[in-house]
Design a protein around this ligand. Structure first.
Ligand SMILES: O=C(O)CCC(=O)C(=O)O
Ligand SMILES: [Fe+2]
Length: 196
């Protein structure tokens, strides 16, 4: 595999601007916004269970179940448009993906707080391919030492998080007061078989 373009020189973070060209990105956005069975996921926040501020859907292969608030959930089946994107990713990168978490940010109030994608079922050094569609939003990374980096993710941009990036940084998609339209983000992941 050829060396990956790093984003802002950050180890483990690679950015592929316009990985999908404009027309393709717009067509995929349009196909997903109506076809994905979106729902509000419940998340733990400061010891309480609350609605997450966005719509989500987990899709994947039959065996790629995931744990959420202590319960195991079966994924929704792949939509054909997403199976095509997966095939393109797998053709380009040395990684296999058996599931995708789709998030729909309805406006600037929808967001995702600081977190690491470090669930045990993702394994030690997961490769996570994050494709952005729709409105451009600012993505943030920060180290435990408090060093912050911002990347504006435009439609069609692909961000690859690999190596030790989940240990090195937390990441977030902050709220914004600017008027922004709908944004879809797809994180392709490989979930390892259930161990319990
Ligand atoms: O919306 C984004 O760009 C980030 C999504 C994310 O971090 C996740 O799904 O784990
Ligand atoms: Fe994440």
């Amino acid at each position: 595999m050829s060396p990956l373009p790093t984003a802002n020189g950050l180890p483990g973070i690679a950015l592929f601007p316009r990985w999908l060209e404009q027309g393709e990105a717009a067509a995929l956005f349009g196909a997903l916004v109506d076809a994905v069975p979106w729902s509000v996921h419940r998340i733990h926040l400061f010891g309480r269970e609350v609605d997450s501020p966005r719509l989500s859907c987990w899709m994947g292969d039959e065996g790629a179940s995931y744990r959420y608030s202590g319960t195991r959930f079966a994924p929704h089946p792949w939509l054909p448009a997403l199976a095509d994107v997966r095939a393109k990713l797998e053709g380009q990168f040395e990684a296999g993906f058996n599931s995708v978490l789709a998030n729909l940010y309805r406006d600037g109030r929808d967001a995702m707080g600081w977190h690491r994608d470090d669930e045990p079922e993702l394994g030690d050094s997961p490769v996570i391919a994050s494709l952005s569609l729709g409105a451009t939003r600012r993505f943030l990374l920060k180290t435990d030492a408090g060093e912050r980096h911002a990347i504006d993710l435009a439609p069609g941009d692909l961000l690859l998080m690999s190596g030790d990036s989940q240990r090195r940084y937390r990441h977030a998609l902050p709220r914004t007061a600017k008027p922004v339209g709908l944004r879809i983000n797809l994180t392709f992941r490989r979930v390892l078989p259930a161990t319990r």
